[in-house]
Design a binder for this molecule. Structure first.
Ligand code: SF4
Length: 116
């Protein structure tokens, strides 16, 4: 009888977000571009001018706009349990943690490993 081959799992193919909201709470800048401004304002049913005035700030580099943060560093669109603009959120938010992350991210993010 042949011994079954050992299963040696390699690195995960990716991570599946569990919507814990932790990445909506930590400090950082989330740039938002023109097409996303249009999508978010349409999703919220407000004008782009109102979105800019009430929910966005100038990046410190003055090269564009970013989502506004509250004094506790949480995102202006974090409603306490999740993202209020989830279907249209900026690329930076959509791509974490698969396309980018940072040292120590695993201690704060509850995304589960997927094998693809
Ligand atoms: S910290 Fe990770 S699991 Fe939690 S919402 Fe962000 S990406 Fe999803």
């Amino acid at each position: 009888m042949n011994e079954p081959p050992l299963h040696r799992p390699g690195p995960p193919k990716g991570y599946l977000c569990q919507r814990c909201g932790n990445c909506c709470r930590w400090p950082g800048f989330v740039r938002i571009d023109g097409p996303t401004i249009a999508r978010v304002s349409a999703f919220l049913g407000i004008t782009e001018q109102r979105l800019v005035a009430e929910y966005l700030d100038l990046l410190p580099s003055r090269t564009g706009l970013m989502l506004r943060s509250r004094p506790d560093h949480s995102c202006i669109f974090f409603d306490g349990t999740g993202c209020a603009i989830h279907p249209v959120k900026p690329q930076r938010c959509r791509e974490f943690p698969n396309a980018w992350n940072f040292p120590g991210w695993r201690e704060q993010c509850r995304a589960i490993e997927i094998d693809g």
